[in-house]
Design a protein around this ligand. Structure first.
Ligand code: SF4
Length: 416
């Protein structure tokens, strides 16, 4: 007898546009790498992408590739290759999975995009340590492998109040990148193109922020799990018109849903949750289904909001980039982070918080130094901590996760 699959989540039409966007992005990079017609910069996810666009580089983001290794569940088998080379299982599993894949000569791009056989070779690697030190170790490994320069910005971490000192220091580091990047690009920085990239990045960021804000509607038109893939253009396409167009389409669709009172869950949205930390890429589908079956929607997150850069201003590109890349949640101290999450709980009307304790990324994990308990004392909003990882599936137990989440939802039910 055939089993009927019950639909529990509504699919967004824009998901198709997103797939096309990502395909175009990787094919353009692949073609440039083969023809040598455009220079390619590898960039960290919150590196100075706008400057690179002003210099005419195409930009490849290894973190997005590493997330694909996670989502395709290839990562867990590749991590031991990097471990054997001396990169500990305790460090970033984006790094270990990505280097492991490179050493083994495989990439999920081949299965996703016919004709692409490898990641595009870099002409330069450009980092910003605003997120962690791992990106520097990761980029240095490739710099050595490809024998190309590694340049970047050394950022401050655990920043409380952002002062002129921080901004001037980061802005001058970005300006100092211009000369070496011009030399490698073989052309001068086009200030108009640079400012245009900053303007487009800002527009992309504003639209993405508006898309995420639609989840304050009840029921919410999207889930955190939708957001983790829909944020692709904000990561790899910021500074381009195509990314802006993608988010105009998405925002229209989300607003249509809100106006129609249609939520992302087919069933009732009884519980609204905040997700702190990274997704478990290899369990996106499973987790999204698990919450939907419990009539719970994860409607807001720290992670998806990481690509909102509201300070960007084309009239002052260097300083506004410095501010935008320092204002980010991951760069800030715990006092700021607590205020930030408290505000989101309020704006989105959340009933509970889920903290993902990602084993290999303490930088995106906020439950290790008493924050859940402090926030609970301030807000009375219950929390649950889920042990896991972004890419290394050996760090999580599906059974344990399910048991913890179900018990948490029961706790929320009792409080209603
Ligand atoms: S922030 Fe975390 S996931 Fe991202 S590169 Fe650093 S260690 Fe890896």
């Amino acid at each position: 007898m055939a089993h009927e699959t019950k639909q529990i989540l509504r699919r967004l039409k824009s998901a198709k546009d997103l797939s096309r966007f990502m395909a175009d992005y990787y094919y353009e990079l692949n073609e440039a790498a083969i023809s040598g017609k455009r220079k390619i910069a590898w960039c960290t996810s919150v590196g100075p992408a706008e400057l690179l666009r002003g210099l005419g580089y195409l930009i490849y983001f290894p973190e997005t590739h590493a997330a694909m290794l996670g989502a395709t569940r290839m990562a867990t088998d590749l991590i031991p290759t990097a471990n054997a080379m001396g990169y500990s299982p305790e460090i970033c599993s984006y790094l270990t999975a990505d280097i492991g894949a490179f050493v083994k000569g495989i990439t999920p791009l081949s299965a996703a995009y016919k004709g692409i056989t490898s990641v595009p070779k870099p002409d330069v690697l450009v980092y910003n340590t605003n997120q962690c030190r791992d990106v520097l170790d990761w980029f240095n490994w490739y710099g050595d492998k490809f024998n190309v320069p590694v340049v970047g910005i050394e950022s401050y971490r655990s920043v409380g109040e952002i002062t002129d000192f921080h901004i001037d220091s980061i802005a001058s580091q970005i300006e100092n990148l211009v000369a070496p990047l011009e030399e490698l690009a073989g052309c001068k920085l086009d200030m108009d193109a640079f400012k245009q990239a900053v303007a487009l990045s800002r527009e992309c960021s504003d639209l993405w922020a508006q898309c995420l804000a639609t989840a304050s509607a009840k029921p919410a038109p999207l889930t955190f799990f939708d957001g983790t893939t829909l944020m692709g253009p904000a990561v790899v396409g910021r500074g381009t018109l195509k990314a802006v167009e993608m988010y105009r389409l998405l925002l229209d669709e989300l607003e249509e849903r809100v106006n129609a009172g249609e939520g992302a869950l087919v069933g009732e949205e009884k519980y609204r949750l905040y997700w702190d930390g990274m997704p478990v890429w290899g369990r996106l589908g499973m987790h999204s289904k698990m919450f939907a079956e419990l009539n719970a929607n994860v409607i807001a997150s720290t992670y998806c909001s990481s690509w909102i850069f509201s300070a960007l201003d084309p009239s002052d590109p260097f300083k506004s980039m410095a501010r935008a890349y320092t204002e980010l949640f991951i760069v800030r101290n715990d006092a700021y982070k607590e205020r930030y999450i408290q505000d989101k709980l309020d704006v989105f009307g959340c009933d509970g918080i889920l903290y993902h304790n990602a084993r290999t990324c303490p930088n995106n994990t906020n439950c290790l130094y008493g924050m859940p308990q402090r926030l609970f004392r301030k807000t009375g909003i219950p929390f649950v901590i889920m042990d896991g990882d972004l890419n290394d599936l050996r760090c999580l137990s599906d059974e344990q996760t399910k048991t913890n989440v179900e018990a948490f939802i029961e706790q929320l039910e009792e409080m209603k």
